[in-house]
Design a protein around this ligand. Structure first.
Ligand code: ATP
Length: 313
């Protein structure tokens, strides 16, 4: 549904995007994660048609974003990470104003306005001034605005930023509802734990490039299958010495296991499961009493930090 190839963007001396390749299947909720300055906002603004890339290509629904700006405008709803100031505008008027920008007026606009306010749980605030809303309410109003022309694609830039825990939960519930409506959604965030149970897909971005992307479980599984925890009966010293036979394997410090006298060691095996079998075979053949040897459970956060670290290295 959304594909970019070799997208580049420079701001003066800063190369914000360095050949970004993104693939978002139709109906996916794609968590676009990366640290501050990684290039998330730049990518989303290019996809929304608000910024021109210097190089590369981007298509949405098969339409090139530069050659078909009108189509992209209709296909995409964009929620920026910054909510502008709207003095003297009431919530209902705000939505009617944006509806008019899409040529929707009169009774149709009013029905649409009320439906969207219901969806984002702001019906009771229809006549309140926009600048009196809480941050969470403003974010939800901003989302309603992005939905005004019922676009199949939503680009949401940090929709939960600056929200308190309750407002975050409300925003998440709302996003789940949008998923059920079958929209293709990109959500950018640097709060990884929040995305894990919302997203079907993940794209990890660092320094203007995608490090890994794909279905959430596949991205996590690929990272997990490289990290192993090994436990030995008694000290792990002999195992650590024997592991020198595998120079590409990273071996952690042996740590005691709950006062049992046994020790455990964390291993990173670039060769994945095949290497794990070779390592285990070597240890056992040399008389090490291994009591546990399994993939280490890792979360999204650890996976991302490790990949970003490898990339920098
Ligand atoms: P954040 O999570 O902080 O919003 P981000 O991942 O969205 O970060 P971008 O806003 O896309 O990152 O910024 C990417 C890089 O481009 C950063 O180094 C940023 O400082 C720079 N940049 C972004 N916008 C501009 C601009 N208008 N002028 C100059 N540099 C910019």
């Amino acid at each position: 549904m959304i594909v970019t190839r070799g997208l580049t963007k420079r701001y003066g001396r800063i190369q914000a995007l360095k050949g970004l390749d993104m693939e978002v299947p139709e109906g996916a909720v794609y968590g676009f994660i990366g640290q501050n300055g990684a290039g998330k906002t730049t990518t989303l603004r290019i996809l929304a048609g608000l910024l021109r890339a210097d190089g590369g290509q981007a298509t949405i629904g098969g339409y090139d974003i530069q050659r078909h700006p009108r189509v992209i405008h209709d296909l995409v709803g964009y929620m920026p990470d910054f909510f502008g100031v709207y003095d003297d505008l009431r919530v209902g008027e705000y939505l009617e104003f944006y509806a008019a920008a899409y040529g929707i007026r009169g009774a149709t606009a009013r029905t649409l306005r009320d439906g969207l306010l219901e969806l984002v749980d702001l019906a009771a605030k229809r006549d309140a001034f926009v600048d009196t809303l809480s941050r969470g309410m403003q974010q939800r109003l901003c989302l309603a605005r992005a939905l005004i022309h019922d676009p199949p694609v939503l680009l949401l830039d940090e929709p939960a930023s600056g929200l308190d825990p309750l407002a975050r939960v409300e925003m998440r519930e709302l996003l789940k509802e949008l998923c059920l409506m079958g929209k293709t959604i990109i959500i950018s965030s640097h709060i990884l734990s929040e995305l894990a149970d919302l997203c079907t897909h993940i794209g990890m971005v660092a320094d203007g490039r995608i490090l890994r992307q794909g279905p959430l479980e596949a991205v996590l599984a690929a990272a997990r299958s490289r990290r192993y925890t090994m436990r030995c009966l008694g000290t792990a010293d002999a195992a650590v010495t024997l592991l020198a036979a595998f120079p590409e394997v990273t071996v952690g410090e042996p740590r005691p296991v709950n006062g049992s006298g046994d020790e455990q060691v964390e291993l990173v095996l670039p060769g994945g499961a095949t290497q794990a079998v070779a390592v285990l075979r070597h240890l056992i053949a040399n008389g090490v009493a291994v009591t546990h040897f399994a993939e280490t459970w890792t979360n999204l956060e650890t996976t991302f930090i490790e990949l970003a670290r490898e990339e920098t290295a």
